[in-house]
Design a protein around this ligand. Structure first.
Ligand code: 5GP
Ligand code: MG
Length: 189
């Protein structure tokens, strides 16, 4: 059994402290969130537009969208508020806009993690200003200790402590995105 596990699950490297949320727990929670979203949007007349915030949300968006039964369209947006490291700033920049016309559509922003809240606060206001029917947000993770601006979160996967996490789409300097679990990075890295 130990043998099988070590083949199936990539082991922690020296940069990682511990697995915070294992792959199975993530999958179970994503299924629950999808179920809730299916219920909440059951009566929509236009497809729901899922806007994934690149790059960190791409795996969460892929798993979530495949569990949706409500009609939906996938789109992406790219913003930047961080450099290569882990220092936050309130300075959000639009790097790449969505492709879809969002007017008269319900939009669900799909984000990897809510930290200070600057990114989602910016995006919610940006999408509301574009004639959308509604704008809601889902985050896989949130760090309550780090919030600076309040953001209304409709669907939250997990609440986590104030540590830098990687895996399941999240990176540190472009590493660790494809780990199937969420792991804590060593503070000194
Ligand atoms: P906020 O604008 O809420 O401060 O930050 C949101 C963005 O910061 C997230 O979309 C994510 O890209 C990045 N971020 C915040 N905390 C973490 C973390 O622990 N790990 C990783 N990989 N990214 C994080
Ligand atoms: Mg992000």
């Amino acid at each position: 059994m130990d043998n099988i596990r070590s083949i199936a699950i990539p082991p922690l490297t020296d940069d990682l402290v511990r697995v915070l949320i294992d792959a199975e727990t993530i999958q179970r929670r994503v299924a629950e969130l999808a179920q809730q979203i299916n219920k909440d949007y059951a009566d929509i007349t236009e497809p729901l537009i899922l806007v994934g915030v690149l790059k960190g949300s791409f795996i969460y968006l892929a798993d979530l969208s495949r569990k949706l039964t409500v009609p939906h369209v996938i789109d992406f947006i790219a913003v930047s508020s961080y450099g290569k490291g882990t220092v936050s700033s309130g300075n959000v920049r639009l790097l790449m806009d969505t492709r879809e016309n969002l007017e008269h559509h319900h939009v669900l922003i799909v984000e990897d993690i809510l930290d200070s809240g600057y990114t989602l606060d910016y995006l919610v206001r940006y999408f509301k200003a574009r004639g959308t029917k509604s704008v809601q947000t889902t985050v896989l993770l949130e760090k309550p200790d780090r919030h600076v601006v309040p953001v209304d979160l409709a669907y939250v996967g997990f609440t986590i402590p104030d540590v830098w996490v990687v895996g399941y789409g999240l990176d540190y300097a472009e590493k660790y995105r494809t780990l199937p679990y969420i792991a804590e990075l060593k503070p000194q890295v």
